[in-house]
Design a protein around this ligand. Structure first.
Ligand code: 5GP
Length: 193
């Protein structure tokens, strides 16, 4: 493969942004097996309800749940707090959870926790509904959530403050379908590489 072809494979343009491959699908698979084995152990005999947050967590939730071997239920919540590459700081719950979550062990499934605003709001709502326990699993966690010590029981990968896409995560609706995770590239960094 020529250097030019390699460069094309490493970089990808979506709208005005350039993205570079960041976490390979094989690494994601390994991480998911590891996370699922912890959950299989911790939630044995608890009949947990997995609550994937749509849209971003659809791929992660699907792959994770295939590795969960204990009896469980799955229910979905849809929210949005992002516009482009920055949090709007406003959260809308578009599709709510149902009342059968009362007295249940809930495991929220997130794609990424950035400021923690989305997760914090959902946890608060679920506790208000009388869930027996509420914990979260997120494939990715950014530094603002780490600094604020947002409570995420299971984390796949810790990131700095980069904008990522792929494996369910989008940039203005595009890029959710990639099996690897990409990060936005600073044009100066690309010119220097
Ligand atoms: P938070 O409320 O923690 O600030 O943001 C959580 C939501 O924002 C995530 O569920 C995800 O939909 C979106 N989000 C946060 N960071 C990123 C990112 O780097 N890329 C993409 N595509 N979405 C993100």
């Amino acid at each position: 493969m020529t250097i030019f072809a390699l460069r094309l494979k490493r970089y990808m343009k979506i709208k005005d942004l350039e993205f570079k491959k960041f976490i390979a699908a094989s690494k994601i698979d390994e991480k998911i097996s590891d996370l699922a084995s912890h959950i299989n152990h911790d939630y044995k005999d608890k009949l947990p309800v997995f609550l994937p947050i749509l849209n971003g967590s659809f791929m992660f939730a699907s792959d994770l749940l295939k590795e969960v071997k204990i009896p469980c239920r799955v229910s979905f919540v849809k929210t949005s707090s992002y516009s482009g590459t920055a949090s709007t700081g406003q959260l809308k719950t578009l599709i709510g959870h149902d009342e059968s979550l009362f007295n249940q062990h809930i495991l929220i499934v997130e794609d990424i926790v950035d400021t923690g605003l989305t997760l914090g709001k959902i946890i608060e709502e679920l506790r208000g509904l009388g869930a027996k326990s509420v914990e979260a699993i997120s494939l990715l966690r950014k530094s603002p959530a780490r600094e604020k010590k947002v409570d995420v029981k299971y984390v796949g990968f810790d990131l700095e403050n980069e904008f990522v896409l792929g494996y369910g995560l989008d940039y203005d609706g595009l890029g959710r379908n990639y099996k690897d995770i990409y990060k936005a590239v600073d044009p100066l960094e690309k010119a220097a590489s």
